[in-house]
Design a protein around this ligand. Structure first.
Ligand code: DAH
Length: 357
């Protein structure tokens, strides 16, 4: 075995036995460094005959390739071992607040709509209603018919509906309101029924006060002897807590919804100052939601035949958020302009504070 062959052998064993990246590097230098075997063999090439040169050159190149591959393999092995060790030993808590003294790092914000939904969830939850969800893709029955909006009823025109291509017996739509969750909850047939259902709703409409997707929250309380006074008490308290204003005045203005009778729209008092709406002051009125006593046809469609009554209400969450926090253009909610998000966003540790016990 020539000297080179021996070196090749021992270099590969050296690599095999190395215990870390540092040792591996010193092995690389030992063989490939300025004074390593490769260099000294390269220098010798000039003294050889052409034939010998060819032979030795080939061998050296081969060695280089095998050696480099082996070193690379071992390096990848050590590096992944190091990472695995780190994963095992180090613990990263992504929920820790960032160190704001670093200044340059931007903190992520909770979207205004998320914050508002969380506030509503906290309040309605504390007022005794339980959280319910329904599908965004609804069938005609739950979105319209069961809510006393039969086919060809003019009230269907109040909803600019997105229809989904008909695949079966039922016609599907993107729900135009959260009211279908009323039907889904009532179909369980249990009283007392006290639920609220926040979620996305869709209408084929887009301008300064409409976006094709927006959010609503629906409320429903069904039991024996629920009356309009209960509804007034509930909505009044909800609004005072939500807007953090004990002085807020409410007006229940007669209105029409097919699924309630009697129906009302709820206004809160306000005044306009320098182009801004100030709630709870002044003698103007601002509409904030619809409500009423559940229509007997809605009970019938849900299979409730007992002697029961109930109240329901529905409100637009963006509208509530705009009034409470002063955002003026509905479309901004979904434009994802980072300046708007920063201005109207909330710190994720800023839990809804509800000092109202
Ligand atoms: N679903 C109605 C809408 O989208 C809102 C509404 C009004 C819901 C009155 C109700 C209600 O439950 O009682 O415009």
């Amino acid at each position: 075995m020539s000297k080179l062959d021996k070196e090749i052998q021992s270099s590969l064993t050296d690599i095999e036995r190395s215990k870390n990246l540092l040792e591996l590097e010193s092995i690389r230098i030992k063989y490939f460094g300025k004074n390593g075997i490769i260099n000294s063999e390269m220098r010798k090439l000039s003294t050889l005959s052409i034939e010998e040169k060819k032979e030795a050159g080939k061998k050296l190149n081969n060695f280089k390739e095998v050696f480099n591959n082996k070193v690379l393999q071992k390096k990848v092995f050590f590096e992944s071992e190091e990472i695995n060790q780190k994963i095992k030993n180090e613990f990263l808590d992504p929920t820790l607040p960032i160190r704001s003294n670093l200044g340059v790092i931007d903190e992520g914000k909770v979207h205004l709509i998320t914050q508002t939904i969380e506030e509503i969830v906290s309040i309605l939850g504390k007022m005794g209603l339980s959280f319910q969800e329904g599908p965004d893709i609804e069938d005609d029955f739950h979105n319209f018919t069961a809510l006393n909006i039969p086919k060809d009823h003019p009230a269907r025109q109040m909803h600019d509906t997105f229809y989904i291509q008909n695949t079966g017996k039922t016609e599907n739509v993107l729900r135009t309101h959260t009211s279908p969750v009323q039907i889904r909850s009532m179909k369980k047939g249990e009283i007392p029924l006290k639920i609220f259902a926040p979620g996305r709703t869709y209408r084929c409409d887009s301008d300064i006060t409409h976006t094709p997707m927006f959010h609503q929250v629906e409320g429903l309380v069904v039991d024996k002897n629920i009356n309009f006074a209960n509804l007034k008490w509930f909505i009044t308290n909800f609004c005072k807590i939500f807007f953090k204003n004990e002085e807020l005045k409410l007006r229940f203005r007669p209105s029409f919804f097919p699924f309630t009778e009697p129906s009302a729209e709820v206004d809160v008092n306000c005044t306009h100052e320098k182009g801004k709406v100030i709630l709870g002051k002044g003698t103007d009125w601002m509409e904030i939601m619809g409500c009423g006593m559940v229509h007997p046809n809605v009970f019938k469609a849900s299979g409730f035949l007992d002697n029961i009554t109930g109240f329901a209400f529905g409100m637009g969450i963006e509208r509530l958020a705009m009034l409470k926090y002063g955002a003026s253009d509905l479309r901004d909610f979904f434009n994802n302009d980072i300046r708007w998000l920063k201005h109207f966003g909330f710190s994720y540790l800023n839990l809804p504070d509800l000092n109202w016990d």
